[in-house]
Design a protein around this ligand. Structure first.
Ligand code: FAD
Ligand code: SF4
Ligand code: SF4
Length: 480
């Protein structure tokens, strides 16, 4: 039954934590939102109407117990709220920061539909677990009774880390291999600090290390070992390598100096936030300072690039996207944040060529218009012959999305089956690939997706792997 503290959505207005001013935040990589103070979080949680069928939870990929932890927060029972929130997620404070809530939990809150403004679920979720960290309520990872079985996980992004945590808790020996020198996947080297500060990610990884998970960093499967070699070493394998083959823009001049790939640019910037020496940044190639920057694309990666360029001190930052604002894939909240920070969006525009004398100096742009809807119902862009113009550019960042790398070839495993999109083919019930005992999860199965789906897949695949390992142990015992 709803406690009498709840259902305050009529008299209490929706209020997100304040954002720092655009002027302030353009000079650093700190998160842009302030954190709730306790009374504000309690008051906002109390706006929830405690729906019998909570659409917020239905549309949360983790099916978090949202109304229950909102009620506990409103009642000041924060530790219980944390325990409940932690029961379904390995990283609630990270999801609270970077889930596109407007498309998931908050976008489906009934209060939003009744015109009162959704409950600020993500901000409360972040507040609950940030408080748990500050109060010391986040328990160390306790490994279960040792099973004597070992698991190898390739990829230390949200999917791999989530599976590692649950499998370790189930008593398995867990080894995580990643080609980067730090764990976290795109949480560490893709997503910038102004959305997700790095110490928030690192404290999660430190906890996994302290829980006995072995990390083999700077270890590229395909170069430092074949998949087969890892299969010999471990009882089961999880492939959670994400998608990293950047889509190309096939126009003249796309290899000129100054035309760079989004992830190279973001990785360099994130490394600088860790204090690393990055020669290609330090010599100016990946630094937007004093440059006219043009970013091509309309997804989350493009949004992260334009906002990073602002913080690096670019002279101007423009984003070219071939559809309009309503039809872009990136989050509307991020577009608003970028506009506040001085980014100019040039909608319905696509590059025709990059003009360069060795180094890029201009983008020739073709105007676009939206034609008839395609098979998916989305209106396809087509050239608008009446609009053509040039945009000055000292740096062009290509942010058109990512496809999977060719894993069967890279891993030396031709029997690893892939779909026509290059993603790994898995049995959707068992999450096992075409190779016995080799499972897969996260973006490498779904294609480029979201952190919260990586966590969900990591949770599901760890259940499937645990079942499979149990059956393996049983059959080995029988055979012995
Ligand atoms: P990843 O996070 O990509 O991790 C895969 C790991 O595997 C990496 O660490 C990689 O180094 C490692 N690896 C790959 N190949 C090998 C190999 N051969 N050997 C060893 N290791 C290997 N999602 C959101 O929900 N919110 C956001 O705001 C958001 N912003 C984003 C911004 C950017 C710039 C990008 C690119 C993505 C963003 N996403 C966002 C998407 C989200 O980051 C991904 O969906 C999520 O990280 C996928 O998790 P994963 O574990 O499958 O893979
Ligand atoms: Fe919302 Fe994401 Fe949290 Fe689910 S995990 S409640 S979708 S912010
Ligand atoms: Fe509360 Fe909104 Fe979820 Fe209903 S949909 S339980 S009002 S947060």
């Amino acid at each position: 039954m709803a406690s009498d503290r709840m259902l305050q959505f009529v008299e209490r207005e929706q209020s997100y934590p304040d954002k720092r001013s655009a002027e302030q935040r353009a000079h650093d990589f700190r998160e842009i939102a302030e954190r709730y103070a306790a009374p504000d979080a309690d008051a906002q949680a109390a706006r929830c109407s405690q729906c019998g069928v909570p659409y917020c939870s239905v549309h949360c990929p983790l099916h978090n117990h949202i109304p229950d932890w909102l009620r506990l927060t409103a009642e000041g029972r924060l530790r219980e709220a944390y325990e409940l929130s932690n029961a379904t997620s390995t990283m609630p404070e990270i999801c609270g920061r970077i889930c596109p809530q407007d498309r998931l939990c908050e976008g489906n809150c009934v209060i939003e539909f009744s015109g009162h403004g959704a409950v600020t679920i993500g901000s409360v979720e972040k507040y609950i677990t940030d408080t748990a960290w500050a109060e010391g309520w986040v328990e160390p990872l306790h490994p279960g009774a040792a099973t004597g079985q070992s698991v190898g996980i390739i990829g230390a992004g949200p999917a791999g880390l989530t599976a590692a945590e649950y499998l370790r808790a189930a008593g398995h020996e867990v080894h995580v291999y990643d080609r980067h020198d730090r764990a976290g996947g795109l949480l560490t080297y893709g997503i910038p600090g102004f959305k997700l500060e790095k110490d928030v990610v690192m404290r999660r990884i430190d906890r996994l290390v302290a829980g006995g998970i072995h990390f083999h960093l700077g270890f590229a499967v395909g170069e430092d070992a074949t998949l087969d070699a890892l299969r010999q070493k471990h009882d089961a394998i999880l492939i959670a390598t994400g998608v990293y083959k950047a889509r190309e823009i096939k126009v003249p001049g796309n290899t000129a100096d100054g035309v760079i790939a989004a992830l190279d640019y973001l990785i360099a910037s994130n490394r600088k936030s860790f204090g690393d020496a990055v020669p290609a940044f330090d010599d100016g190639r990946l630094d937007a300072r004093d440059k006219h920057v043009v970013v091509i694309g309309g997804g989350d990666t493009a949004m992260d690039c334009v906002r990073t360029a602002v913080r690096q001190g670019a002279k101007s930052v423009k984003c070219l996207y071939r559809r309009d604002r309503e039809n872009m894939p990136g989050s509307q909240r991020e577009v608003t944040n970028a506009e506040e920070e001085g980014v100019e969006f040039v909608w319905l525009s696509a590059p025709e060529s990059f003009t360069a004398d060795k180094h890029v100096k201009e983008v020739a742009v073709a105007g676009m218009r939206l034609g008839a809807p395609d098979a998916s119902g989305r209106r396809s862009p087509e050239a608008d012959p009446g609009r053509q113009f040039d945009v000055p550019a000292d740096m062009v960042i290509k942010a058109l999305g990512f496809d999977p790398e060719e894993l069967p070839h890279l891993f030396g495993s031709p029997d690893l089956s892939v779909t026509r999109w290059g993603t790994l083919r898995v049995d959707h019930q068992t999450m096992m690939t075409s190779l016995p005992g080799v499972f897969a999860a996260g973006d490498i199965v779904r294609g480029a997706s979201l952190v919260v789906w990586g966590i969900r897949d990591g949770r599901d695949v760890s259940d499937q792997m645990a079942k499979w390992l149990k059956a393996k142990a049983k059959s080995e015992k029988k055979a012995a």
